[in-house]
Design a protein around this ligand. Structure first.
Ligand SMILES: C[S@@+](CC[C@H](N)C(=O)[O-])C[C@H]1O[C@@H](n2cnc3c(N)ncnc32)[C@H](O)[C@@H]1O
Length: 396
């Protein structure tokens, strides 16, 4: 069924948002604000529908020709390639403002914007599907794969592996590289048997990594060299990691805090503990992943106490500052409850999903915290992904 739709907004997840004559919302992948479109309605629910573009009848001002030749082939790896840089920036700020207003009940959030790394060739870690042994991204809202032998947002060291790699029977591969060290690593899911990659690339199957086999890269960022194992999280580029640390340092300076107790929740391989953590007398890092804890133990010095546990199971200690950088699902009520029990007067929250930020903002407010600063850090150009750093101060 085809319908004419005017797009008036962009939604968390990147789709354009319009309305059908019957009042239902329609989400359209690849749409821009003020587009007038002919769409095929592909999914119908009682409150919303989903459509795909048949024809662009009139293009919104923010639309441009995608830079990457895989986008017209259906690659869903970068969902905002069709938006100009200005439209991407406006879109990200407005996603975060909307989430804070509608989900966080914060009436007029003042959202800052911090430009990210280079707009192309920045990502130092990607996870791709595998089709006939070759790397492939998924189409938007689909499990279908689109083979790619290069990727415009991936670092050239990743491109080399996408171009030359053969990933045999794996269903998925994670590729990590050290932009500043030249290290390259591929992890196959569930196995890396039969892989063919350039000689210098470390290879491991998740099955073997789970049993304790080691494969890691090193990366340099924020004045440190970080060991990052195949299964450990690291920010999407060293520049992005440095920008996050710089924002944290700026916010700590603004509040004149340091020298006391820092709790680093969801600590990963130790990015915050190992950098701004140096300003504190005592640092406690909480992380649930075994490989990230092993890396953090390698990366950090002895003034950081690392607990391998989930945030939810950790018995909270009193803190002066909490930095919390949860996964996409956000803090949720269990994470906010842990923060509340630390009695920390200052909390820096790093959110990688605008919806989760909005929900966490409402929970933080209920726990007695007030938003004192919020910035979108544009770490993922060409995509709708946001990284948001928000500062919270306890009401006295
Ligand atoms: C977004 S990463 C942030 C890592 C680190 N702060 C950094 O900037 O590199 C989130 C981290 O939280 C860890 N994690 C996920 N759920 C957790 C939980 N419930 N408790 C503790 N750690 C968790 C993941 O393993 C991952 O290392």
């Amino acid at each position: 069924m085809s319908k004419r739709v005017n797009i008036h907004d962009l939604a968390v997840g990147g789709d354009g948002v319009g309305r059908l004559e019957d009042g239902r919302v329609v989400f359209v992948a690849g749409a821009a604000v003020d587009d007038e479109l002919l769409v095929d309605i592909t999914e119908e629910k009682s409150r919303y529908t989903r459509g795909t573009i048949i024809e662009i009848l009139s293009a919104g001002d923010g639309r441009r020709k995608p830079l990457c030749h895989h986008v017209p082939r259906g690659c869903g790896g970068c969902d905002w390639q069709h938006l100009s840089e200005e439209a991407q920036i406006e879109g990200k700020i407005s996603l975060v403002e909307d989430a804070l207003r509608k989900l966080g009940n914060i009436s007029s959030p003042d959202v800052g914007y911090v430009a990210g790394p280079e707009p192309l060739r920045y990502r130092t870690s990607v996870r791709v599907g595998v089709e006939n042994g070759r790397g492939a991204y998924r189409r938007a809202h689909s499990h279908e794969l689109v083979q790619v032998d290069d990727c415009l947002i991936a670092h050239p060291l990743i491109d080399e592996i996408l171009l030359e790699g053969f990933f045999a029977e794996a269903s998925e591969v994670t590729i990590k590289v050290g932009a500043r060290t030249g290290d390259q690593l591929v992890m196959g899911e569930p196995t890396a048997e039969g892989f063919r990659v350039p000689d210098q690339v470390s290879v491991i199957g998740r099955n073997r990594a789970r049993k304790g086999d080691e494969a890691h890269i090193f990366e340099e960022a924020a004045g440190m060299t970080w060991r990052i194992s195949a299964r450990s999280f690291f920010q999407s580029s060293p520049e992005g990691a440095e920008m996050l640390v710089a924002l944290a340092a700026e916010w700590l300076t603004l509040h004149d805090v340091g020298e006391q107790v820092l709790v680093d929740l969801y600590a990963g391989v130790g990015l915050f503990s190992g950098t701004v953590g140096d300003w504190f007398e005592k640092v406690t890092a909480i992380e649930s992943s075994a490989s990230a804890v092993a890396d953090a133990t390698y990366n950090l010095d002895s003034h950081v106490t690392i607990h391998r546990t989930s945030v939810e199971q950790w018995v909270p200690e009193l803190a002066d500052v909490v930095i919390a950088d949860p996964p996409r699902s956000g803090l949720r009520s269990s994470g906010v409850e842990v923060i509340r029990k630390t009695e920390a007067p200052h909390v820096l929250l790093v959110s990688c999903d605008a919806g989760a930020l909005g929900r966490d903002a409402a929970l933080m407010t209920s726990a007695g915290y007030e938003l004192d600063r919020v910035d979108v850090l544009d770490m993922f150009p060409q995509t709708s992904h946001v990284e948001v750093v928000s500062g919270w101060t306890k009401n006295i």
